[in-house]
Each structure stands twice: as C-alpha cells, then as structure tokens.
Design a protein around this ligand. Structure first.
Ligand code: WTA
Length: 645
C-alpha cells in the first residue's frame, strides 16, 4: 500500500476550472439538489427542446426505472459536430496518426468532419437504415470508424461497435443478438505492421449471422477482398453518389444511442444500452472536468474505439467539447517502445490517457525509449481500465511526466458511460494506486456481504447509491437481466462488481472484481465465456476458468480442463485448446495457463469451488481453506501437484 501524497501543483490549483474548494462546493450541490444541479449541467448541450425534467429513477423492484431529461430533444451528432461550425469550423476535430510512422498524419477540421459524417449518414440511408435500426461497426482505428459512429447518431440508428480483435464467431453472436441488418467494416485493419482480415472475418461470420443483409466496406489498405454482389457495397462508391448534406434527426433524450457488448459473470456478453442525452452529457461533463480540457489542446486517448473508453473519450466526450482528438491506428510497442512518446512529440500532445497494462509493458523495455523523446508538451496524464500498481504509477509520473504532470486514475465501467471516481487535476492531491474521490453527482457506498452500508475507513463491495445521467438504461433485449445483474445483489443500489477500500482520507482504492469477471490487460473477460468456448471442443468434458496474477496484463487467464475419457492431455492438445479459444472468441481470451485436471473441486451439490481454483492459480496453496465440504477432497491434491506456470 502506498499512501504517499502528491499535492496539487500550484499552477494547476491556480488555473484549473475546479480547485479543491470548488470541488467541495460542486459535490455538495450535486448531492443536496441533484435536480437543479443536472438541469444546470444540461446547458452544456445544444438542445432542440431544452428539458425541464432531470433524473426520474428508482432502483427498487416494484418501481424500477431510470430516465434523465426525458422531455428534452437533441441530436448527438449535431452536438459533436454542427454546433462547433460557427466558431470552430476550421479547428482540427480529428487528428489521425497511422500505424506506419513514415506515413503522413491525416487531419479533419470540424467543417470536414461535418461533410464526412453527413455523407456517411446518407450512405446508410441509401442502404435502407432507419431510425432505431441497429448497425454493427467492425472497424480498424481509422477516421471512418468515428464517421460511422456519428453517422448512425445523426440519423438515429443505434450503433454496436465490435472490437476488431474479436473472432468471426464472436462477431456473429453480437450481430445476431441485436438483429443488425447492416455491418460496416473495412477491407483490412493494420496494427503494428500486421494486417487484420476484417472483411474476411465478416464473410466468415455471415454463416451464423442471418440478420445481416448489407455489408458496407471502407477501403483502408487496398488489400484484396471478395465482394458478394447484392450484399457488399464499397463505401467510396456509395459515397460518390450521395450528398454532403444530411439533416440531423431530432431524438428524444432517452432514445438509445448505442449498444456495446461487455462480459459479465454469467452467460454470453450483454448488450449494454446507452441513452442519447444522459450519456452525451456524462461524456462531455467528465471529459471537461477530469482533463480540465480546453479547445485547442491536443488530447489523446490511446484506446480502441471497440471499447467504451474509445466511445466516450475518443469520440463523444472530446467532440462534444469542441476538442482535438487524436486517433492512433497502431500499437505502443511498434516499431519500438518509443512510439507513444514520438507521437506525443510529433503532435504536441498535452493530455495523454492510456491503460496501466501499456505502461507496465513499456516500463519493462527500460527508460531509454522514453528519455530519447522530449514530451515537453505533456501537462496531464490519465489511466483507465484496471488498478494501477504504485510502481507503474511512479514510472508514469517521474519518467514519462518528469514529475510535472498530475495523473488522473479514473475508475469507471462500460455500464457507467464515463468516469465516476477520479482525481480532478486542480483539486485532488494524489495517492499512487488510488482513484481518489467521486465526481460531483456520484454517490458511492461500500457495503459488506449482507449489504450493510459501511462508514469511515473500511473495505467491502462498491455500490452506487443513486442514478447519474450516464448510467446504462438496459441490457439489449433483456430488461429483466439488467435488473437482475445490477440491482438484486444489494437491494436499492447499483452493484459494480468491484471490491473497494476507503481510507482515512475518504479516498477510494479499487481492489478488483469480486465476481467471475477477470480483467486482462484492462479488458473484461467473463470466465463463463472462456469456459463455454472450451467445452465446445470435442475432447473437453468440463472447464473452469479463473484469473491469475500477471506482471504485464494485470490478470491472466488460468484454465482447468477435464478431458473426455481416453483423451490424452499432452502439449499438443494444450496448444490446440489455447488456439481453439483464440478462434472462438479472439486473441485476448487465449488462456495464459492451461492445466489438465482429472476432476474439479466440487461441493456435494455439484458447484465448482472457484475459491480453491483461484488460490491454486495464484500459487497460494498453503491457505486453501476448508476443503472438507468437497465431494472428493483428493482432487485438490492432484490439482496442486500438477499446477502449471
Ligand atoms: C476495472 C473500462 C481500478 C474495474 C472503463 C471495472 C478499474 C472494470 C479502473 C470495468 C481503475 C476500470 N482502477 N479498476 N481506474 N478502471 N477498472 O467495462 O474492475 O471495460 O469494474 O470499462 O475495469 O471495465 P470496462
């Protein structure tokens, strides 16, 4: 535990939008009078009809509902593009850095962005997309991905972005779940000098994705792809036929903006659904406060658009705020471990937002890769996605930021729409490893296993006691699952699935997931998903998957596999099974360790005792706890003896 305190640098305290006293005041108002606080905040958006209602919600079963600004009307794309045209039409909205460093960066002003988004929207319309239809976006990190999101928002279609690293099977499942007739993709993606066959993956998904009728293909690399007549359309050909003007559809505040699939502790990934106004307000509000963002600053969120971080902090937040958002096609360690810092220098990036896993990987390569760059433009650093270990925090602070830049360690989730617990650079003294304090409007509670609210310094399960505008509204197609997943563990509260400690200064320290979700390199993986993939293999009888500590990834995936009778668990099968999961879900789900187990520890009622499996995976076999309730205690000895890694 590291409780050393890094005070707010003096010039930050002086010039930031919110200082320590300002934070106290804002926070107090947000809790005492949320209605007027949020209606005031709502003025940051451009409304077609300004709302008079703020939050209307109840987390109780009898009356369960969540809505914000329900009588308001707006268009999200108009908020991110059109409203900036008068004052900032010639400012850079999107600054794109290609994978290949010798290639020129591309820049789009707000005026150009407007034209691109309108054109894309007209192509969607021409392909039959209407308000409320779902559109799946399976794209590399190219500007057209952002155009596609905004084009959907412009015409009121609901986008569902699927990360380009997911397999055809995973893609097909997501297309089918939300019944998406149109898929937008590219010929190929590029990452670290390698090609990703996106269009070919869509073709492979087609067999299991019957809803899919049209595929719009952006030409990104010029690589050869097969086009199916009647189904596949080249974007550039369709775009040449449509106008560069497209009216923005007036949308109700609560109309859905997007679906994003994320892993939970049970079953297949769920389609997290976000609203138009509440979500956009949250993205804009947090982006401005947490990064103290001012238009003109070059801001870089080094995430992929396939994750919620890319949605809120590459596209919606910065563009709603009239900012310049840098979009990076490549990876941090290619051509070498200097790349991030070179991009920072090349584009004079002031604010950098990335994941602890990337920092740990770069830290391992040594300081020389950092030291040979200037990084003088940087003023603020951020992290997201997983707890940051104090060692990586200090490296980021001392080596990358040369002690000059505060670090905002932002805790939030796909479900929350945007940042929730985080320092504000001009207001909050920092402690390495702590996400510090809740944003105004966020009401965290720590509860014990029975749901009792714990006060003062304590440790337990993290809940949020009241709704906030950016909260997800439902699980696509399964409202009962939404209530069941988040509001039944602790009645009347939203349960995050995270464990948390609160210290004597009221600072929050996220300790990681307390459910069956593991966080691999900042990406959420449901153990149940990996297990389902494994048991699809003809030789596998049963599988149990848990997390294990991993130096770079934070957590790795440890799989226990019981084979069918007469199958031999050798190295060849181990490799085959790891590759199997890779093709079923995607590279991020590949087990780091795979142990063949003749039996799994189960209670007499047949429930797998994951606690024991976790301990063995962690290598902590001296404290396995009570194993007497197991149906066959002897299996544990075998598991311990044959532990891998
Ligand atoms: C974890 C990513 C500690 C947490 C935005 C959460 C964090 C899950 C932090 C959500 C942080 C995210 N410190 N843990 N700063 N940020 N997490 O939905 O376990 O991909 O529940 O959203 O990541 O992951 P998701």
């Amino acid at each position: 535990m590291s409780d050393s305190l890094y005070p707010v640098p003096e010039q930050w305290a002086r010039r930031a939008r919110v200082d320590a006293a300002g934070y106290e005041k804002l926070y107090g108002r947000s809790i005492a009078d949320p209605g007027s606080f949020w209606l005031e905040q709502a003025k940051r958006l451009d409304w077609i009809r300004r709302p008079e209602l703020a939050g209307d919600w109840s987390f109780d079963e009898e009356d369960f509902h969540i809505s914000w600004f329900a009588d308001g009307k707006l268009n999200v794309a108009a908020n991110c593009v059109d409203r900036h045209l008068a004052r900032r039409g010639d400012d850079i909205a999107i600054l794109w850095e290609p994978d290949e460093p010798s290639e020129e960066a591309r820049r789009y002003t707000y005026r150009q962005l407007h034209e691109e988004v309108c054109r894309f929207a007209n192509v969607l319309k021409a392909e039959g997309v209407e308000k409320g239809d779902r559109v799946t976006i399976y794209m590399p990190m190219i500007p057209e991905a952002a155009f596609a999101l905004l084009a959907c928002a412009r015409i009121g279609a609901i986008h569902s972005v699927v990360f380009g690293g997911f397999s055809p099977e995973a893609l097909a499942g997501r297309i089918t779940d939300c019944d998406s007739k149109v898929v937008i993709t590219a010929d190929e993606g590029r990452r670290g000098g390698k090609r990703v066959p996106l269009k070919a993956n869509v073709d492979a998904a087609a067999a299991h994705a019957r809803a899919m009728e049209k595929v719009i293909v952006v030409q990104a690399t010029g690589g050869e792809v097969a086009m199916q007549p009647g189904r596949d359309v080249w974007y550039h050909e369709a775009a040449a036929l449509v106008s560069a003007e497209c009216p923005a559809e007036p949308m109700g505040a609560e109309d859905p903006l997007f679906i994003l699939y994320t892993s939970g502790s049970t079953g297949q990934p769920k389609g997290v659904l976000h609203s138009s106004a509440g979500y956009l307000l949250w993205a804009s509000y947090t982006h401005e406060l947490v990064f103290d963002y001012r238009p003109g600053q070059v801001y870089w969120c080094a995430a992929d658009i396939g994750w919620v971080t890319g949605h809120s902090y590459i596209v919606y937040g910065p563009l709603a705020n009239g900012g310049t958002t840098l979009m990076f096609e490549g990876v941090p360690n290619w051509p070498d471990a200097s790349r991030i810092w070179q991009v920072v220098d090349r584009h004079q990036v002031e604010i950098l937002y990335t994941a602890p896993t990337a920092l740990r990987a770069l830290m391992r390569e040594g300081d020389a890769f950092v030291a040979k760059t200037s990084r003088k433009s940087l003023t603020l650093l951020g992290t997201v996605g997983e707890p940051i270990n104090p060692e990586a925090w200090r490296w980021y602070h001392e080596v990358v930021g040369e002690g000059r830049c505060p670090i905002v360690d932002t805790w939030w989730q796909t479900e929350t729409g945007g940042q929730m617990i985080t320092p504000l650079p001009g207001a909050t003294a920092l402690k390495p490893g702590s996400a510090t304090l809740p944003l105004p409007g966020v009401d965290p509670q720590i509860v014990d296993a029975e749901g009792n609210v714990l006060h003062g310094p304590t440790e337990g399960n993290l809940c949020i006691a009241r709704s906030w505008p950016g909260q997800m509204r439902t699980v696509w197609g399964d409202h009962a699952r939404f209530f069941q997943t988040y509001f039944t563990t602790y009645r009347g509260k939203y349960f995050t699935g995270d464990g948390c400690r609160r210290d004597e200064d009221g600072y929050y320290w996220i300790t990681g997931r307390v459910d069956d979700v593991i966080n691999v390199s900042g990406h959420r993986m449901g153990t149940a998903e990996v297990e389902s993939a494994l048991v699809l293999h003809p030789k596998v009888a049963e599988a149990a998957v848990v997390g294990m500590p991993h130096d770079i990834k934070g957590q790795g995936i440890y799989a226990y596999v019981t084979l069918n009778a007469h199958c031999v668990g050798d190295e060849a099968l181990r490799t085959e099974l790891r590759n199997w999961v890779r093709t079923e879900i995607g590279p991020i789900a590949t087990p780091d360790a795979l142990q063949f187990a003749p039996g799994l520890p189960k209670t007499r009622s047949g429930k797998i005792m994951r606690r024991i499996l976790r301990k063995i995976a962690e290598g902590d076999v001296s404290s396995l706890g009570d194993t007497s309730t197991l149906a066959d205690p002897a299996v544990v000895d075998d598991l311990v003896a044959n532990r891998v890694g």
